[in-house]
Write a protein that binds this ligand. Structure first.
Ligand code: HEM
Length: 232
């Protein structure tokens, strides 16, 4: 009975972590699509999009931001909890990363989850300071009669610095590793396809992770190489 309770709680933890993580995967995917407007040499579409989200959605944006923070913090707390349990159960750890077949897929992504996760958490805080709470420029875009924030200029200026570009590229690669295990593993925890390994859902998870990482790596590199020394 006690064993059953422990099992139930650990399954509950995994299911909760999966849901919270997938909410973030959804956010990051939409965020990437929105940020692709930074590739446009005209700042208006990106700035109008950002203005719409921050100024024209009323209370909705605050509710969404609150939910994102809540899911992030609880995902993190559960991850630490599960990891401590794993360390206690197997204190010596694995001496090497082996590729396991069928029901388990051990990979660099899977064994570094706790470390890449921690780095991504630290990144998010730095990232908000860089942009959301970064330098505020204003201008009046075409079709507007009042000035709005020129967030495009803040981002372009930030990625003129090669160290900032390098930092983002490294973190985005780590994000790719984290997601390459996280997405597929969440599908598995939620029972999508089968409780066991299914090549289809594994491929979906890995390809999704690669698309997100490549997309986010491309943006700073594109900005750096197309705007260096150029106009904002
Ligand atoms: C090249 C990569 C990225 C760029 C250029 C970028 C750009 C931006 C910008 C410009 C903002 C400010 C939006 C505003 O205040 O209107 C922002 C906010 C944010 N970004 Fe990113 N981002 C990148 C990657 C990421 C990644 C990988 C994550 C998550 C893992 C992330 C999470 C967030 C969050 C949580 C916010 C705050 C959203 C809000 O307050 O509503 N970003 N990002």
């Amino acid at each position: 009975m006690r064993f059953k309770m422990i099992l139930a709680s650990s399954v509950a933890k995994k299911i909760y972590m999966s849901i919270a993580g997938l909410v973030w995967v959804l956010f990051v995917t939409v965020h990437l699509l929105g940020n692709l407007q930074l590739l446009n040499s005209n700042p208006d579409p990106f700035n109008k999009y950002s203005y719409f989200l921050t100024e024209q959605t009323g209370e909705i944006i605050y509710v969404l931001e609150f939910l994102l923070v809540l899911f992030l913090v609880t995902h993190f707390v559960y991850a630490i909890w599960v990891q401590i349990g794993n360390w206690r159960a197997r204190p010596q750890g694995y001496s090497m990363v082996r590729w396991a077949h069928h029901t388990s897929k051990r990979s660099i992504g899977s064994v570094t989850m706790i470390y890449t996760g921690l780095l991504i958490l630290v990144f998010i805080v730095i990232h908000l300071i860089n942009f959301k709470y970064g330098t505020v420029y204003t201008y009046t875009p075409y079709g507007f009669t009042h000035p709005i924030r020129n967030l495009y200029k803040t981002v372009i200026e930030f990625f003129q610095n090669p160290w900032n570009v390098a930092f983002y590229v490294v973190i985005m690669v780590l994000l790719g590793f984290h997601l390459s295990h996280a997405i597929w593993s969440s599908f598995q925890s939620l029972g999508l396809g089968s409780k066991n390994f299914t090549p289809f859902w594994y491929a979906v998870g890995v390809i999704w992770a690669i698309v997100i990482a490549v997309g986010f790596v491309f943006i700073p590199l594109w900005i750096y190489f197309t705007h260096t020394g150029g106009a904002l």
